[in-house]
Design a binder for this molecule. Sequence first.
Ligand code: SDX
Length: 428
Amino acid sequence: MSDNTANLTVGGDSKDYAIMDGTVGPQVIDVRKLYANTGMFTYDPGFTSTASCESGLTYIDGDEGVLLHRGYPIGQLAEESSFMEVCYLLLNGELPSKKELADFTNTITRHTMVHEQLSAFFRGFRRDAHPMAIMVGVVGALSAFYHDSTDINDPEQRRIASHRLIAKMPTIAAMAYKYSVGQPFVYPRNDLSYTANFLRMTFSVPAEDYIPDPVIVDAMDKIFILHADHEQNASTSTVRLAGSSGANPFACIAAGIACLWGPAHGGANEAALNMLREIGTVDRIPEYIARAKNKDDPFRLMGFGHRVYKNYDPRATVMQKTAKDVLEKLGVNDPVFDVAKELEQIALNDPYFVEKKLYPNVDFYSGVILSAIGFPTEMFTVLFALARTVGWVAQWNEMISDPAQKIGRPRQLYTGPTQRDYVPVDKR
Ligand code: SDX
């Protein structure tokens, strides 16, 4: 193998394949001609060794526990930036000037209202519908209301659709919560920040307005930043695959929401808090550690482990500190937080977790904070979807602008029956 090609010999026929370099991170072997050259496919279920695209948005070094958005470390963005600024950064590639940020924030603010007819959609759901079921349905329906921003070949329509999605997700998420608790929907207000607006739409009632506490607004904004984007995770890959067929942006984001809902992915934050509550007290932790290590038990420590991070998820570090700050400032003494911290310590010193490089991920502590703020567990993945919308939208735009992009159409290793003739039912 020369330094910029990989050589593969199949059936005595030897071919070189180009090795491509990124700016940082693993190189890739360009196998686009492999099938034409060999009549063979690569085989990689779960895509553990497969790069599906070229991207300049987010970079993760799983061994070092590094997460960069357009080159900026997540810890610095969480401490120094705002979610609106991170949205601008992901969409445009550079941090905004003061004026650019003000103009962007103003644009997003003026897209926060939803078509009044959309509220009729909610009436069709049972009040006890899971809010993620509502999100999938309502976000997918947005294309029925915003026809003027569904032409993916028109950059201006893509821009408007991107802003509409980022702006309207908090409004729809708050409506999903209000519907579930039987309270009236609360309209957005243009004099509030993105995150304060969302908190007010969620917790304000006609009988008493909700004045967002700056401590909670700051914590919520940090949580949004921590969830904004994360390379080609399952839901982002879903959005890209849907978008590769030319589907409209609202349908693509609805597909991403559906995928995120899974407990192995974004649904883990709800599952993690439910697990911590089920454990209940520190003395019951060994029982659950044993279950997590038992191959015959499907139980896994929710909020632990990651396909890419084989070190501490840097988002979990910020999340644990934010949880401590919020609980202290709110004067909340949640025993679940003590269970979480003790569980983490025990797991990080257990050979099973050490050998398998299983660390807390972004979902392990987020539920403690969200619960302290007042969200029911069913809303946790909705909040993840709200924050991840900017990442999905930025990745979708990047895919459409990529000259190399084609409709995604993986192949397979076929292991079914070879051709056989139909047998009429009276001869079977
Ligand atoms: C997110 O991809 C992303 O970037 C996702 C995300 C994002 O921002 O978009 O970071 C958000 O989805 C975070 C992950 C949230 N999910 C959970 O917390 C659910 C619990 N975690 C696991 O289900 C699991 O760790 C995954 C799904 C996250 C990762 O699974 P992989 O990479 O497919 O690894 P694996 O299932 O092959 O596990 C490797 C080994 C296995 O043991 P062996 O078969 O090799 O003996 O580790 C074990 C697993 O059994 N293992 C666990 C475990 N996670 C993995 N054992 C106990 N508890 C766990 N949590």
